[in-house]
Design a protein around this ligand. Sequence first.
Ligand code: NAD
Ligand code: DAU
Length: 384
Amino acid sequence: MSQNKQGILVTGGAGFIGANFVLDWFRSSDEPVVNLDLLTYAGNPQTLVSLEGDDRYRFVKGDIADTTLIARLLGEHEPRAIVNFAAESHVDRSIHGPEDFIQTNIVGTFRLLDAVRAYWTGLKGEAKDNFRFLHVSTDEVYGTLAPDDPAFSETNQYLPNSPYAASKAASDHLVRAYHHTYGLPVVTTNCSNNYGPYQFPEKLIPLVIVNALAGKPLPIYGDGQQVRDWLYVTDHCSAIREVLAAGQLGETYNIGGWNEKPNIEIVNTICALLDKLRPRADGAGYGEQITYVTDRPGHDRRYAIDARRIERELGWKPAETFETGIEKTVAWYLDNAGWVEDVQSGAYRAWVEKHYGDGRDKPKGIRGRSGSRSVVRPDAKEAV
Ligand code: NAD
Ligand code: DAU
């Protein structure tokens, strides 16, 4: 990779947001990127195939919990910043099997922080002053909101409800402690639900698009009235770049799209777009595939982000509305069926069978096709 510019180390850059971040980075910068990713089921190097042979880019397969590897990479590349995306990220998987979440999100973040602290301690002058550790986190650390509660601000209490959210909250606390205790120059971002290209089809929006096209049920947990605040992924990436460039050390920044929507509305919107862009052969609407299924245990009812701080202090604003973002997203999945096929490996199919498969709990109610099943079994053993 290029030796003439300092560069950054990105972790988890073969996942959904990390890969979008790396691709976006090179649209506006030539600064080198080292991408460290363990390539779990969620990591897909194919997403970054366009960077093969590019001397600004180096991919390293490895674990953020591997302190020897991290120390070696830091010594070799002397990055001016770390952007930590690496995590287990799917709430339902954390309910089925929390252990990987504790390992990567808590132990992994701790080990990464410790190796980075040793590296940063050895830096001198400007290199030390300008160094940054940016930790990418989630709005789920704040828990759930009642319908009339104000949106989460940076001063909200941490009240995580799922094993995933608790593991991310723990990682945020470790990052904070490394600043407070050791002076490590950190900044943390807490973002709302992302959507867009290259998202693994276990998450609501890609799952619904992929299932709709495959003629499968579109599973809606509970009553479908849970509210999420949706942000197009490249807007999250631009916010991270702003925080990396000018965020105040030791501070946190909430990032969101001011797009609060109930899940059922999201699914109806996707169905309407598909009806227009890829009508069903039988002339029926994709909405017929909507299937109400057993709710997620401990399901948070509402998230909403107050993004005024990042807007006010760093001048960031999302470029996409939900309407423009969801159209682009549906179009991307229609145009990239090959990417979807590639990630639907055996491990992915095993997860889908375990989580949604036949022979489990009965669905709460079905609109459209019969024979679909739903299950959320917190006691189930992780099979993927
Ligand atoms: P993802 O699951 O798509 O990708 C995670 C990536 O991390 C994968 O490439 C995986 O291989 C890698 N990884 C996992 N364990 C690792 C380890 N021990 N060492 C190195 N790499 C490892 O996740 P995402 O949706 O892209 O989320 C990225 C980050 O953003 C996460 O920290 C997540 O908590 C946070 N976040 C996500 C959202 C969202 O809506 N997806 C919203 C807010 C914050
Ligand atoms: O809020 C930020 C978080 O958003 C991130 O920190 C997580 O990494 C990311 O996975 C996401 O978490 P959610 O649980 O909100 O996302 P998910 O796509 O799994 O679900 C979105 C909503 O849709 C949620 O209320 C559950 C519901 N849902 C999800 C699936 C997969 C369904 O109704 N049916 C489904 O099959």
